[in-house]
Design a binder for this molecule. Structure first.
Ligand SMILES: Cc1ncc(COP(=O)(O)O)c(C=O)c1O
Length: 440
């Protein structure tokens, strides 16, 4: 087996601040994904456009973008302006304000959904969408896919990154929660099948449709290296849902307002009954939405389907969304796509020229990179079988060179409208050097 290198150390200030943080915050981070070890976890100072700086003043071209949200770039001027304007009027009224009406109208226009309700995070949005689907169908079970991630709520924090081996035979996967504290009994409300396999999905639906409230899916695997749906697969899922009265929830938390103005529904030309948005919707401000067909969303209401929350549509969040949606309607994603194409091609060429087996896949705005001998990667188990240790070594080298995609190869490279051609040149050059150093 290849020796794992794991270079890169965080700077002195990051290490000192992490120690201080750990006195007040478990592991010193406020989301488990952010802890990379005591000697590697970075503490950031600021972000501007396509760049972030750590506490030791090291600058990075940012291709993490906070796991995707800042699609326009950090501290984007038109968003900051509208947020400043909104701050002047106060933030939390727990009553309707005009920004939220305007933002909801813009979501409708860009995506073609009938109705929208706001929430505060992707986790919250998927949790509410599941409840709405259950209420609408009178059924309780959720069908999800291996390697698809829908946030930290208990209903779907299963088989997101199951150990292989350990997750059983792919025709009948064992349900594995992400960790302790998730009641085993909730697993009884879940089915999990591999993505991109029509036969296994159809079998499960035919056996169990009377219990299945919703099929909840990422239209492309934005949490497993941007694995794409096979041709016709999403249409197949749509047909099954129509045939068996199942609500199709497209979880567009990563793809929404990123891969196209109308998200995955526009990109793949397949519509969900319900759709969840977050991330790019607010360019990094905490906002999410549950949206969809009037016949379902219109049933939300007092003594019918519960949805709400003190901070839902707080003024700052909806003002940020309002400005972000303007920029997206105005063509910001064209810049994102153009940059992403250059970047993805550059990475692909570097892999080819250095003879490193790998695949670059997914839309230009969020390309995923998998170090694999396979010609195609279609499901979580294909990714699990790839060389993610070497990938991590390469990314840690990139950090040293001032380029920062996430080091977990399940995360795509996220591109913003603020990245420039010269950023792409630097990133591709650094990637080329890094694979030479790590892979020889
Ligand atoms: C597809 C998808 N759904 C839901 C979530 C959860 O979103 P949040 O982190 O805002 O709770 C994520 C987060 O990465 C996601 O990628």
């Amino acid at each position: 087996m290849k020796e794992v290198i794991k270079t890169m150390k965080s700077g002195k200030k990051s290490q000192e601040l992490l120690k201080r943080a750990q006195q007040a915050i478990p592991l010193g981070v406020n989301s488990n994904f952010r802890y990379w070890g005591d000697d590697k976890t970075l503490i950031l100072k600021k972000g501007q456009g396509a760049y972030v700086w750590d506490q030791d003043d090291k600058k990075y071209i940012d291709y993490r973008l906070g796991f995707g949200p800042t699609v326009l770039g950090h501290a984007y001027p038109t968003v900051i302006e509208r947020v400043k304007e909104a701050l002047e009027i106060g933030n939390t009224f727990a009553m309707t304000n005009e920004y939220e009406i305007s933002a909801a109208e813009k979501i409708k226009k860009l995506t073609g959904v009938d109705l929208v309700r706001f929430a505060n995070s992707g986790t919250e949005a998927t949790m509410h969408a599941i409840r709405i689907a259950r209420a609408y169908t009178g059924r309780d079970k959720v069908l999800k896919f291996e390697g698809h991630y829908h946030g930290f709520q208990d209903y779907t924090l299963w088989n997101c990154q199951p150990p292989i081996p350990g997750a059983g035979y792919r025709r009948s996967p064992v349900l594995i929660p992400q960790g302790s504290g998730i009641p085993q009994v909730i697993g009884q409300l879940l089915y999990s099948v591999p993505f991109n396999d029509e036969e296994l999905l159809e079998k499960k639906v035919k056996e169990s449709w009377g219990d299945i409230a919703c099929i909840l899916m990422e239209p492309l695997m934005g949490n497993t290296a941007s694995i794409m749906p096979k041709k016709g697969y999403l249409e197949f899922v749509r047909r099954l849902c129509d045939q068996y009265g199942i609500v199709l929830i497209m979880d567009e938390v990563k793809t929404g307002f990123r891969i196209a103005k109308g998200g995955a529904q526009e990109y793949f030309k397949v519509r969900g009954d319900l759709v969840t948005y977050a991330k790019a919707l607010g360019n990094g401000f905490p906002i999410a939405a549950i949206a969809g067909k009037k016949e379902i969303m219109g049933e939300i209401g007092w003594q019918k389907i519960p949805h709400g929350g003190t901070y839902c549509a707080n003024v700052v969040a909806v003002a940020a969304a309002d400005a972000t949606l303007d920029a997206i309607a105005g063509g910001a994603l064209e810049k994102v796509d153009a940059h992403g194409k250059i970047l993805a091609e550059g990475i692909e060429n570097a892999l080819k020229e250095r003879g490193v087996p790998g695949i670059v896949q997914g839309p230009p705005s969020m390309p995923g990179v998998v170090f694999t001998e396979r010609e195609e990667v279609h499901e979580y188990r294909d990714w699990a079988d790839s060389d993610h240790d070497t990938y991590e070594d390469v990314i840690l080298k990139l950090f040293e060179k001032g380029v920062m995609p996430d080091k977990d190869s399940r995360e795509p490279w996220f591109v913003s409208a603020s990245h420039t051609d010269s950023d792409a040149d630097v990133a591709i050059g650094a990637f080329d050097e890094a694979i030479k150093e790590v892979c020889g």
